[in-house]
Design a protein around this ligand. Structure first.
Ligand code: DAT
Ligand code: MG
Length: 150
């Protein structure tokens, strides 16, 4: 059982629908630690880098349009087994297949509007936090660094 860090991002639909508190609450209640947070309007080039493994897919242009359509909430979350556990809390990619009790299972109906992103491996967690939230050791609220109280 390994302490890890994962990158969780509330996508534009989640922010627009007022689900930021609901999503954060689920990670807090599970027992994970918030290590960084910022509201961010992702530029196209960074969105393409974030989803580079999906570049060949037919839905890629729509995915990039969606993710850059409004502000997202970028977060780092830390804890034992947080990468896989966060994926369980989030649920299946297609919300219609996501189990009730998961974020997507409870709050969404379309793959293209599935509210939240979670890293799929500890390596990608590190990479995504580095890219989208600045240096891993720095925490952000609206661009101001803060120190987490232990
Ligand atoms: P996940 O977000 O569950 O890790 P993924 O990495 O396979 O899923 O895909 C990233 C996002 O791309 C996903 O959240 C929504 C979009 N997407 C994936 N498969 C799709 C499909 N078949 N049609 C439309 N959008 C899709
Ligand atoms: Mg993925």
């Amino acid at each position: 059982e390994q302490v890890e860090e994962t990158y969780i991002m509330i996508k534009p639909d989640g922010v627009q629908r007022g689900l930021v508190g609901e999503v954060i609450s689920r990670f807090e209640k599970k027992g994970f630690k918030l290590t960084g947070l910022k509201l961010f309007h992702c530029p196209k080039d960074l969105a393409e880098e974030h989803y580079k493994d999906l570049k060949s897919k037919s839905f890629f242009p729509k995915l990039i349009d969606y993710i850059t359509s409004g502000p997202v909430v970028c977060m780092g979350w830390e804890g034992i087994g947080v990468v896989a556990s966060a994926r369980k809390l989030i649920g299946a990619t297609n919300p219609l297949q996501a189990e009730p009790g998961t974020i997507r299972g409870d709050l969404a109906v379309q793959t293209g509007r599935n509210v939240v992103h979670g890293s799929d491996s500890p390596e990608n967690g590190k990479r995504e936090i580095g890219k989208l939230s600045g240096s891993r050791k720095e925490n952000y609220v609206n661009g101001h660094q803060f120190k987490h109280p232990g």
